[in-house]
Design a protein around this ligand. Structure first.
Ligand code: AP5
Ligand code: MG
Length: 216
């Protein structure tokens, strides 16, 4: 399956992508995670990305699109992938169509994760992430073991962009640049909406149902 997860910051894209990737047996590709790995490794891409991410702005389209093109050209993506955080602009969506070509573009499914801004704020302010295996935690709804990741044993951290001023800017950026993708994909008939204000398991079940995968 060629799946895009669309949704505001904190909607639960990463959380759901991890589970959907296991179920669908296709790789989970998070542009945010790739940028953060590059920031950590202090690569040239990381330096560029950090200058935007730390302000809650989008990394330029050409940089992001080339990075995704490289990643989805790899062997493990030949039977599908889950894109988490890409595309985020109409220009990126159009570039993706060119990369995929007509046949694969028609197979694209877009899961739009719907959640209110109040819930976003509650989720992001209490999120912790594992910098090693990338698992997301929530201090109340899905806490780590003390400050240790259950999956790999690394110490969990707070993302530097999960602070009130940057969260506010990320929401502005989402409303201006990414929300128009909802109409873009609706007009192509590839969009399904899913409510995600329930707990994590229920939200995943809703997603499976919306994608016609209930019972898998
Ligand atoms: P990215 O890392 O993609 O951040 P984001 O879109 O802001 O989304 P988040 O990762 O914050 O949220 P999420 O939806 O994955 O939620 P999560 O599952 O963690 O991008 C970061 C930055 O990189 C961008 O701001 C931009 O600068 C740059 N960038 C990335 N892609 C780009 C692109 N294509 N173009 C240009 N720039 C780009 O869940 C959040 C919390 O809620 C967690 O604590 C989780 O445990 C909890 N939770 C999740 N679901 C539930 C639930 N159902 N019930 C209760 N708690 C839940
Ligand atoms: Mg994420």
């Amino acid at each position: 399956m060629y799946l895009i997860l669309l949704g505001a910051p904190g909607a639960g894209k990463g959380t759901q992508a991890v589970e959907l990737s296991k179920i669908l047996k296709v790789p989970h590709i998070s542009t945010g995670d790739i940028f953060r790995d590059n920031i950590k490794a202090k690569t040239e891409l990381g330096v560029i990305a950090d200058s935007y991410i730390s302000k809650g702005k989008l990394v330029p389209d050409d940089v992001t699109t080339n990075m995704v093109d490289d990643r989805i050209s790899q062997e493990d993506c030949k039977n599908g992938f889950i894109l988490d955080g890409f595309p985020r602009t109409i220009a990126q969506a159009e570039a993706l169509e060119k990369i995929l070509g007509k046949t694969k573009s028609k197979l694209l499914k877009v899961l739009n994760i719907v959640i209110s801004e109040d819930v976003v704020l509650r989720r992001l302010s209490q999120r912790r992430i594992c910098p090693n295996c990338k698992r997301s935690y929530h201090l109340e709804f899905d806490p780590p073991h003390g400050d240790i990741c259950y999956s790999c044993g690394a110490k969990v951290v707070q993302r530097p962009d999960d602070v009130p001023d940057v969260i506010k800017q990320r929401l502005i950026t989402y409303n201006e640049s990414t929300k128009p993708l909802i109409d873009f994909y609706r007009s192509k008939g590839s969009l399904v909406n899913v409510q995600s204000e329930n707990d994590i398991d229920e939200s995943l079940q809703n997603s499976l149902y919306a994608l016609g995968l209930k019972g898998i």
